[in-house]
Ligand binder design. Structure first.
Ligand SMILES: Cc1cc2nc3c(=O)[nH]c(=O)nc-3n(C[C@H](O)[C@H](O)[C@H](O)COP(=O)(O)OP(=O)(O)OC[C@H]3O[C@@H](n4cnc5c(N)ncnc54)[C@H](O)[C@@H]3O)c2cc1C
Length: 591
């Protein structure tokens, strides 16, 4: 196997990976390994905006942003982390601006801001303009800007290198094993520090906004190496996925005035969140849509409702609310350019003239690899640091999003905690030596790849993948019960057995073997699906994205704590750690 040596190895080239790389490269020899070409990372599809209390259009304070994040997270958020997120968001957005990010502007030249779900003026309870945006291509602009900065800073890129294992020695991080996708050969990268920034795992569910590549590789790799996964039961369904694909329609549509309408023509969010209506937090809106559908109030009795941003409808509700603002077709076509384009292309619907059919779609992992506020990976409920391990972005759990993430807060998380991880890795490398590679480094990963390549059973990965996605959708989705989750765990375990003993693939070659790599990814998805279901079954309460029909109330006495799920042979053991509370005592959430 070819060997490489860098101080800092970053796995993943989305917003989190690139921000970490940029800051790590200021003091160390840094490499980024990515299975995708960097600018194809999912961050590039983020549409609506990045939250920061700049207060450019109306009064705002970072303390309000911190509180909204904690409340949105249904009080499972670690409050010290939320304070860092909200405070450092301001400076991080200005840093992006100085890197050249072309934000939309107000007439007097400031960064333009729009409304987003759950972001409020804490005194009036009304929505506040906090989301900074570049039309509805904010993630695309962040990714391009950071990539350019990384090139300028001489970051070493290994594009289309698929990382398949973490090398550890005596509890310390020594490096990673990767496949060069083009040639199919294995490489060992030795590093003092490894930063996982591999993104989420929406592809565990059938209807999802997530890209094909979001299979939870980094989290699964760490889990297999004995690192716990935190709060995996909390998975967010975004309320507005295009029906039937699940393709994301940004919350920015509601931020600009769009409303949700049921089969009776009612603006039903008035009943569920009288104060901020369609801009309640995502868990609240997704549940409301499901309840409407369950009551037979979908459009024409079908499994979707409407998201209506046509000028007539929006202007009628703006007038009703006593607002002077009015919108027209040109406004929608410029402020929501991508959404209009994608809806016309993928659904044949013109949102400037007709409402869009929407359904909730699997969107965002609140849980992941547990870290402290500097991105350092932690090993247990006592927050013991694993020397050299870092995680940032969607694959990490700081935990800043608690039980439910607010819109625009993922992009903030990437830049704020990506930057912190990168900076901390520099300090770590100054005092750390390279950990020696174990004699058998890479052998286990190689054996697993060869097992899949030669697998001679009867079950194709596509069949297992589809069954897993359907199982997760039906049994570990927006609403959950003990019976359903037990069923899900049983089915997933059967599928894992089939994956180990009865797999077959078509392509047995080495060059650009996506058949083989997708089969390997499926192994990660199955691990993630099982951990999610097991963590969810144990939590006997409803909180944020985890909604149990058999335990419909939040239970702070027994469950105000984070789950840590750990691999123990073929079993999963669960442990818990307290939530960090600074000054916001848990209250009932009212929107
Ligand atoms: C359609 C959509 C719209 C969104 N809109 C918004 C928004 O407006 N505001 C907001 O705050 N959030 C939004 N989000 C959420 C946000 O975009 C993501 O949570 C965030 O971009 C994740 O960034 P990341 O850097 O963690 O990972 P990603 O951007 O997903 O990148 C993951 C990287 O890891 C690499 N990788 C993965 N596995 C491996 C492996 N095994 N080996 C090597 N490399 C690997 C990939 O190549 C990729 O470079 C949106 C998400 C979606 C899906």
């Amino acid at each position: 196997m070819e060997m490489h040596k860098f101080d800092v190895l970053i796995v993943g080239a989305g917003g989190a990976g690139l921000m970490a790389a940029l800051h790590a490269s200021k003091g160390t020899n840094t490499a980024v390994l990515s299975k995708l070409y960097p600018t194809r990372s999912h961050t590039g599809t983020a549409l609506g905006g990045i939250g920061a209390a700049l207060g450019n259009l109306e009064e705002d304070k970072w303390e309000w942003h911190a509180f909204d994040t904690i409340k949105g997270g249904d009080y499972l958020t670690d409050q010290d982390a939320a304070e860092i997120l909200a405070r450092e968001a301001i400076d991080a957005v200005i840093e992006l601006e100085h890197f050249g990010l072309p934000f939309d502007r107000t007439e007097d030249g400031k960064i333009s801001q729009r409304r987003f779900g759950g972001h409020t003026n804490n005194e009036t309870g009304q929505p506040v303009r906090r989301a900074c945006h570049a039309a509805d291509r904010t993630g695309h602009m962040i990714l391009q800007t950071l990539y350019q900065q990384c090139i300028k800073n001489n970051v070493n890129f290994f594009d289309e290198y698929h990382v398949i294992d973490l090398i550890m020695n005596d509890g310390r991080v020594a490096g990673v094993v990767a496949i060069n996708i083009d040639r199919g050969d294995l490489h060992i990268f030795q590093g003092k520090a490894v930063v996982f920034a591999t993104g989420g795992w929406g592809k565990c569910w059938e209807v999802t906004s997530n890209a094909h590549s979001l299979t939870g590789d980094g989290a699964a790799i760490c889990f297999r190496r004995g690192i716990p996964l935190e709060d995996m039961e909390f998975y967010q369904f975004h309320p507005t996925g295009l029906y039937p694909t699940g393709f994301l329609i940004t919350e920015g549509v509601r931020g600009e005035g769009g409303v949700l309408i049921n089969g009776r023509g009612e603006r039903f969010m008035e009943r569920y969140a009288p104060k901020i209506k369609d801009l309640a937090s995502r868990d609240v809106v997704s549940r409301a849509i499901y309840l409407e559908l369950r009551e037979g109030r979908g459009i024409k009795g079908k499994r979707y409702v409407y998201l209506d941003v046509t000028p007539d409808t929006v202007n009628r509700y703006l007038a009703e609310a006593g607002e002077t603002r009015r919108i027209d077709v040109h406004f929608i076509e410029t402020k929501l350019a991508e959404t209009v384009d994608q809806s016309r292309t993928y659904a044949g619907i013109d949102p400037t003239r007709e409402p869009m059919p929407i359904q909730p779609t699997a969107h965002y992992a609140m849980g992941g690899i547990p870290t402290n506020n500097d991105g350092c990976g932690i090993a247990d409920a006592h927050n013991t640091i694993i020397p050299g391990l870092y995680a940032a972005g969607e694959c990490a759990c700081v935990s800043v999003h608690g039980a439910n993430r607010l819109g625009t807060n993922s992009l903030v998380d990437l830049v704020v905690f990506g930057r912190r991880a990168g900076k901390h890795a520099v300090e770590f490398c100054k005092q750390a030596d390279f950990v020696p590679l174990p004699a058998d480094a890479g052998k286990e990963a190689e054996a697993e790849i060869e097992r899949i390549r030669k697998a001679n059973g009867k079950t194709r990965p596509a069949v297992l993948r589809q069954k897993m996605q359907q199982t997760m959708m039906d049994y570990v989705g927006v609403f959950r019960t003990e019976k359903d989750m037990r069923q899900a765990i049983e089915t997933i375990r059967e599928m894992k057995e089939a994956y180990r003993k009865d797999l077959t693939i078509d392509d047995r070659g080495s060059r650009f073997n996506t058949d083989l790599l997708e089969a390997w990814e499926l192994g990660c998805q199955l691990d993630i699906a099982e951990v999610t279901a097991v963590s969810a079954l144990a939590r006997q309460e409803s909180r944020g994205g985890h909604s149990r029909e058999d335990f419909p109330k939040r239970d702070d006495v027994n469950w105000l704590k984070h789950t840590l799920a750990c691999k123990d042979g073929d079993k999963i053991t669960l442990d818990y750690k307290p939530v960090v509370i600074t000054k916001y005592q848990p209250k009932e959430r009212v929107y």
